[in-house]
Design a binder for this molecule. Structure first.
Ligand code: COA
Ligand code: AMP
Length: 633
């Protein structure tokens, strides 16, 4: 490597405008910027002010114009439907242009929102790119969310149209999407004018006349739409993520900074060349799917891969290895939980021996902390660099990583290595002062955040300020806590808020509490995340019944479990709940969730001096025992 990490990192902080202007040279602009960084409305910063571009053009058309139209853009591998298909850049562009034409035919124009509710099929990525092509703002909702969550997002984003499908396939189960979508539209105050439904052969969705349009026939007759030039600062997408309350946060991503940053990461972080296959085994409903299934690899002229399956059971724990060898995947990006699932079924990784894995250069892990055990296992079995990297929906790309395209550092287990160029990461105490190396602190990033991160929340600057900027003026508060060592390696130890991480999925215990509290017999409740060997964390609920409820505890628990599935969705993976007489609280009435979590995890805990409630804590301990906690993980 010609450039050292330190040199580049220092330059990214000392002269961010020069650094990012140079990176921006790799993007095709319709018009160059007036200012690289506009800080006139600080602490809201805007990158590449005045510039114009089209993200879809940069992801597809430009590669065709440069003579790579026949190169593979997207590989679809679906063991659950026994389908494999490769789309060249030309084929993908043609599909996207026609779908964009369907949208324009429905009156969707620049700035309009389009909601996408799709499983892991190529049409999901086509839908995102079709929106980008015409300057519409997409909002993808993960398939594992129920109608209620979908409705919340419809109400907030107010989409003109919704792109969806008849069904998704979860292992061997068919999940009908259309009834969920119909239910969500029924529940929401905002009603989209149209839905465009991709009928899959497994299930035929019932269509509502006048509103629902058949995807395939609409695409067949549509005029391909051209790319619409948008401002670099115009929104490309909104992606809702869990916050402390039941109201999700609409993270906004702009067009210009996003294209620049993602292209930069493909080279310097992931070390992926145009023409190589990069596989992010995530879902388009998560930020990883947005950045590295859809946009990153395509902006880079690489090949992306859509996998409709699971790490295990579709059909076996060798699925990942088969795909890597068959499609010549250079690097895989997944969540540690997927590896733990594979390891549980195939501890010695015997399945890998069936495949030629020589194409694989690196494994990237994110979404949750990578426990050293899983790291060692992956290093041993794969014999390639295993890179844990830390990021968030809000940032859209990694805050800390071992940048393989720049300079590979020795791995320290439990650490995602060092801050990535562009991020000035600080560890602060409650007063906002830096803590010494080795001490735990709240992790904050000095403003401005680099390009490609979120400029604000969708139509909610106020919540953007109060959620992220208020605690530490001049910094973005990540919501994570951790520490840094003498060599600048960072360690991410957990959240400082009510967000938990279940199987690499970010969930809000606050939202679960709101769902439980809506049960007519529940007086109050608390949800905590307890350690889970496979999924990292699992939610566990405690409910106090209304006096005089006179209900069987087990019955109520079943109803609570069903309620969360109905209101939030199966992705919450909420299975454990218990009924208690009282919740432990401080004198000021704050529920001792931290203490309860420590009790469930079997770790030492201090009971705050203000409470003297051994009976309540004793009951919690008893009920935990009934649920099998604490268990060693
Ligand atoms: N659509 C509908 N339902 C979905 C869904 C989707 N897209 N994704 C998950 N679900 C459902 C699951 O079917 C399951 O339903 P069930 O309660 O009826 O069994 C439930 O949501 C919980 O799912 P999950 O927590 O994923 O558990 P699992 O047992 O199905 O799978 C793993 C376990 C570890 C294999 C799986 O979680 C996994 O692959 N995780 C990796 C996550 C990841 O890539 N995260 C992205 C960050 S990079
Ligand atoms: P999401 O917004 O869904 O990507 O979730 C972001 C959160 O997941 C972060 O704030 C962390 O709490 C956690 N997270 C993601 N990646 C890592 C990692 N590599 N190490 C530790 N925690 C992580």
């Amino acid at each position: 490597m010609t450039q050292s990490y330190q040199e580049l990192y220092d330059r990214s902080l000392s002269n961010p405008e020069e650094f990012w202007a140079e990176a921006a040279e790799t993007v095709q602009w319709d018009k160059k910027w007036d200012a690289v960084l506009d800080d006139s409305k600080a602490p809201i910063y805007r990158w590449f002010q005045g510039a114009k571009l089209n993200t879809c053009y940069n992801a597809l058309d430009v590669h065709i114009e440069n003579g790579h139209g026949d190169q593979a853009a997207l590989i679809y591998d679906s063991p659950v439907t026994e389908t494999k298909r490769t789309y060249s850049y030309s084929e993908l562009r043609d599909e996207v242009a026609k779908l964009a034409g369907v949208l324009t035919g429905l009156g969707v124009t620049k700035g309009d929102r389009v909601l996408i509710y799709m499983p892991m099929i190529p049409q999901g990525v086509m839908a995102m790119l079709a929106c980008a092509r015409i300057g519409a703002v997409h909002s993808v909702v993960f398939g594992g969310f129920a109608a209620n969550e979908l409705a919340t997002r419809i109400n907030d984003a107010k989409p003109k149209a919704i792109l969806s499908t008849s069904c998704g396939i979860e292992g061997s189960r068919i999940i009908k999407y259309k009834p969920l979508l119909d239910g969500a539209i029924e529940l929401s105050d905002h009603k989209p004018a149209n839905t465009v439904i991709f009928q899959r052969p497994q299930v035929e969705a019932e269509m509502q006349e006048g509103r629902d349009i058949d995807w395939a026939s609409a695409v067949e007759t549509a005029e391909p739409a051209a790319c619409v030039s948008v401002e670099a600062t115009d929104p490309l997408y909104i992606l809702y993520t869990s916050g402390t309350t039941g109201q999700p946060k609409g993270v906004v991503r702009d067009n210009g900074g996003h294209a620049v940053a993602l292209k930069w990461t493909m080279k310097y972080l992931y070390n992926i060349q145009p023409g190589e296959v990069f596989w992010a085994a995530s879902d388009i409903g998560w930020v990883v799917g947005h950045s590295y299934i859809c946009y990153g690899p395509l902006l880079n002229g690489s090949t992306t891969l859509i996998f409709e399956g699971k790490p295990i059971g579709t059909p076996d724990p060798g699925a990942f290895w088969r795909i890597i060898s068959e499609h010549k995947v250079a690097s895989l990006f997944t969540a540690p939980t997927a590896l733990r699932a594979i390891r549980k079924e195939d501890p010695d990784c015997d399945y890998i021996k069936k495949y030629d894995m020589s194409c694989m250069r690196a494994l990237f892990l994110a979404g949750e902390r990578c426990d050293p055990d899983t790291l060692f296992w992956a290093q041993d079995k794969l014999q390639v660099p295993v890179v844990d990297h830390w990021w968030q929906t809000e940032t859209g790309w990694a805050i800390a990583a071992n940048c393989l395209g720049l300079e590979e550092f020795p791995v320290k287990p439990g650490s995602p290595t060092k801050a990535v160029p562009g991020y000035n990461v600080q560890f602060l105490d409650e007063a906002g002062q830096q803590v010494p190396n080795g001490d735990m602190g709240a992790i904050a990033i000095k403003l401005p955040l680099p390009p490609g991160t979120f400029p604000t929340l969708w139509q909610n600057d106020e919540r953007f300020f109060s959620s992220y900027l208020e605690t530490f003026p001049g910094y973005y508060e990540t919501g994570d806590a951790g520490y840094q060592d003498e060599e600048g390696y960072v360690y991410i130890m957990g959240r400082t808020d009510d967000v938990i991480n279940v199987a690499g999925h970010r969930l809000s215990t606050g939202a679960m509490e709101e769902a439980i509290a809506s049960h007519p017999d529940v007086a109050e409740c608390a949800v905590i995340g307890v350690a889970d060997k496979l999924k990292g964390q699992s939610p566990m609920g405690f409910a106090v019944l209304q006096s005089g409820a006179n209900r069987d505890d087990e019955e109520v628990v079943k109803e609570i479990v069903a309620l969360i599935r109905e209101k939030i969705g199966p992705v919450a993976a909420f299975r454990m709940a218990t009924i208690v007489k009282r919740l432990p609280k401080t004198r000021s009435g704050k529920i001792l969730r931290g203490t309860m979590r420590s009790m469930a995890d079997g770790v030492e805990h201090k009971v705050p001096a203000t409470i003297d409630d051994s009976a309540t804590l004793g009951e919690i301990a008893e009920n935990l025992k009934t649920l099998g906690y604490p268990k060693s993980v």
